[in-house]
Ligand binder design. Structure first.
Ligand SMILES: Nc1ncnc2c1ncn2[C@@H]1O[C@H](COP(=O)(O)OP(=O)(O)OP(=O)(O)O)[C@@H](O)[C@H]1O
Length: 252
């Protein structure tokens, strides 16, 4: 059984079918990327998986359980983490305070002994220690006391990844974590994702095809809400339909 599955997952906005009977089976530990032209439905697919949007039809199955009708906080509690956009970061608070808040926002669930300890004790020191470890992991230890709004852009993106990690996720969905970054920052962020989230099951939306080819175990190509194909980078690169979709549409 795959870690995360969708069964004919569909999301409509009135007449528009933004996500059209999408079937995914993401294995535990897999690094899966989702690519597709602008408007293909990538973000809507993510929102439907996390519960930010309600599915019109179909199912989201996590660890073998149907979570389609669960609110998003309950999905987070079960281990479906998603990157926070920078707008979710409290600019006036320090990096450490932001990570602590994210950690505290999630009620305890069955998880690793270490993490369980932090939650059950609920003691100030433990949550702080957990948050400090997260900052260390994402390379922001020296910026623990820096106000989030004054962090460099790349460091703010690191903080976003830290906020997901603070929720102790089992699956992490990242929606364009390198958006707006230059070549060096993009590389640094992808290295970070690779380092810090290597053990995780990862779903990544990314426009940079070369980058996706480099890091993914498998790639799902969406076009007009539907899956064109899923395969290894090599399989996807040689797929004629994919080439047509990309030559036909912009991929920003
Ligand atoms: N809340 C909404 N209400 C109505 N239509 C929407 C809504 N959100 C997205 N759409 C439409 O659904 C389609 C899919 O959009 P979505 O943002 O999921 O695509 P995407 O693949 O993430 O695009 P991009 O690469 O540009 O971010 C688009 O046609 C978009 O205009």
């Amino acid at each position: 059984m795959a870690k995360l599955e969708t069964h004919d997952l569909t999301k409509r906005f009135d007449e528009l079918v933004a996500v059209d009977k999408v079937n995914l089976a993401v294995e535990a530990g897999e690094f899966r990327s989702v690519i597709g032209p602008n408007g293909a439905g990538k973000t809507t697919l993510f929102n439907t998986i996390t519960g930010a949007l309600r599915a019109s039809e179909g199912e989201v199955v996590f660890d073998g359980e149907d979570v389609t009708d669960l609110p998003s906080y309950e999905r987070v509690r079960r281990g479906i983490g998603r990157s926070f956009q920078i707008t979710n970061v409290f600019g006036g608070l320090t990096a450490l305070e932001n990570v602590r808040l994210a950690a505290q926002a999630i009620p305890s669930r069955e998880m690793s002994t270490g993490a369980q300890l932090f939650r059950e004790k609920g003691a100030f020191g433990d949550v702080t220690a957990h948050a400090e470890q997260v900052l260390e992991d994402v390379g922001l230890a020296e910026h623990a006391q820096t106000r989030a709004s004054t962090l460099a852009y790349g460091d703010q993106r690191r903080l976003e990844i830290g906020l997901v990690l603070a929720t102790d996720p089992e699956v992490v969905l990242l929606d364009e974590p390198t958006a707006g970054m230059g070549v060096e920052e993009t590389e640094a962020t992808m290295n970070l994702v690779d380092d810090v989230l290597a053990e995780q099951t990862l779903l990544l939306i990314e426009h940079d095809i070369d980058l996706v080819m480099d890091v993914s175990d498998r790639i799902t190509v969406l076009n007009r809400g539907s899956v064109v194909t899923t395969g290894t980078p090599e399989e996807v690169a040689s797929n004629e339909e994919v080439q047509a979709a990309y030559l036909g549409g912009s991929h920003a």
